[in-house]
Design a protein around this ligand. Sequence first.
Ligand code: COA
Length: 182
Amino acid sequence: MTSIFEGTLIRLRAREPEDAPLLYQWFNDPEVTEHLAMRYPLSMKSEREFVESVSSPGYAHAGFAVETLAESRLIGGVDLINIRPECRCASLGIAIGDKSFWDGGYGTDTMRTACHFGFAMMNLHRIELEVYANNERARHVYEKVGFVLEGCRRQALYKYGRYQDVLVMSLLEGELRLDHRP
Ligand SMILES: CC(C)(COP(=O)(O)OP(=O)(O)OC[C@H]1O[C@@H](n2cnc3c(N)ncnc32)[C@H](O)[C@@H]1OP(=O)(O)O)[C@@H](O)C(=O)NCCC(=O)NCCS
């Protein structure tokens, strides 16, 4: 039986204390954080505290480290958070922090695996996310796996000296595109 935690390229696992140094490196890299909410330098102390606080995935915060199937190499993270049980709704955040793995299909596979887990194991009905309007790569990935654009929070983001729109996208159960054809 195929593991629910595995896609074709990646595996989801719990975050471990040893992951903190790599996360510290990634989330202090302006190229990685350009399209993320982070804007201040991150200390190793706060990264260790973050990893400690999310190291036991559960219904309230289904947070995962993302590692390659090929070499079990840590390359990123994905989180289903802000769960609203009455509505069976969650918010999703993803970062492939290792830039050498960008554009290799790992983000797409992570999205498919995490959303499938959310629908099949957490009985979610709706997964939503926010994406900055100029994050073309992420928008393409989200659309590819089935997310639908449903709104625009006009000029909701101020970063790098200018305002930018923030797009709201969502995926309902049954809409996830698991096939790997373009
Ligand atoms: C966004 C992110 C998750 C995507 O993961 P990834 O592993 O790089 O994505 P994939 O390789 O699976 O897919 C990338 C797709 O975007 C396409 N793409 C790349 N740059 C693009 C651009 N500027 N415009 C449009 N599409 C683009 C690629 O061609 C590929 O599409 P294809 O498979 O149809 O050819 C990852 O790059 C990342 O974590 N970035 C930094 C943090 C971030 O932006 N997180 C999301 C916040 S909402």
